[in-house]
Design a binder for this molecule. Structure first.
Ligand code: CDP
Length: 233
């Protein structure tokens, strides 16, 4: 089922299952998947690489004025390069994790990234995951979801995911890092993480991922994929 004009917004805290669900919903409905957090991570990666302190809002703004960002689509997902480089797995590194929420709280950074995200409409229908997609980036979309899970479950998921990428960080370290980001993301002045008016809230703590994907697909009027078909790129 192809409905290129739609934007499906999936917000929620870290490791609530947004990426997996958003990718699979995009694949099932023939839409582009967008990981908005990757752009905030990208700006953080660039700032660290260029020696810009994450708390220096004016220097971050200057960094973004000079930044050359390019978008493209690969395997159904919107990808980007920053100053000619795809940062790849560096976006998930401990230094980016430790600093991204502070960088993302800077109004100038949010302003620029929100503009980039809105430009992606030109690429077709989107499933975009993040913290403020339903509240700020696309407040007019009727398709809004807020995905949550208990802090313990989220820490377990992220720990397993990181370990799969070769990280040796302990469960406690991962949980502390998520708590640190949750605190900043929900309390910042500019577009804090919160449930958008009209959003469907899904607590995925005890749910299989297939069931969460099915809830979203049904709510937007699509056919829920079978477990096998739904597994996207
Ligand atoms: O993958 P994970 O859920 O841990 O985080 P992410 O989606 O990659 O986002 C990394 C950080 O970017 C978040 O902790 C927020 O500080 C920020 N972010 C944001 O402010 N607004 C968004 N729409 C997406 C991410």
């Amino acid at each position: 089922m192809k409905t290129p004009e739609r934007v499906i917004a999936i917000d929620g805290p870290s490791a609530s299952g947004k990426s997996t669900v958003a990718r699979r919903v995009a694949s099932a409905l023939g839409l582009r998947y967008v990981d908005s957090g990757a752009l905030y991570r990208g700006v953080t990666w660039l700032a660290l690489r260029e020696g810009v302190p994450p708390e220096d809002a004016a220097a971050l703004e200057r960094l973004l004025e000079r930044a050359d960002v390019r978008f493209g689509v690969a395997d159904g997902a919107v990808r980007f390069t920053l100053n000619g480089t795809d940062p790849g797995l560096a976006l998930r590194g401990a230094d980016v994790n430790a600093n991204v929420s502070e960088v993302a709280a800077a109004p100038a950074v949010r302003h620029r990234v929100v503009a980039w995200l809105r430009e992606m409409r030109a690429l077709g229908g989107l499933v975009m995951e993040g913290r403020d997609i339903g509240t700020r980036v696309f407040p007019d979309t009727p398709y809004k979801f807020y995905l949550d899970a208990s802090p313990e479950e989220r820490a377990r998921r992220r720990h397993a995911e990181d370990a799969g990428r070769g990280s040796a960080a302990s469960l406690g370290t991962v949980q502390a890092s998520l708590q640190h980001r949750d605190r900043i993301d929900t309390s910042r002045r500019a577009d804090p993480l919160k449930v958008a008016p009209g959003a469907t809230v899904i607590d995925s703590t005890g749910m299989e991922i297939d069931d969460v994907v099915a809830v979203v697909c049904r709510a937007v009027g699509g056919i829920a994929p079978s477990a096998k078909e739904g597994r996207g790129p």
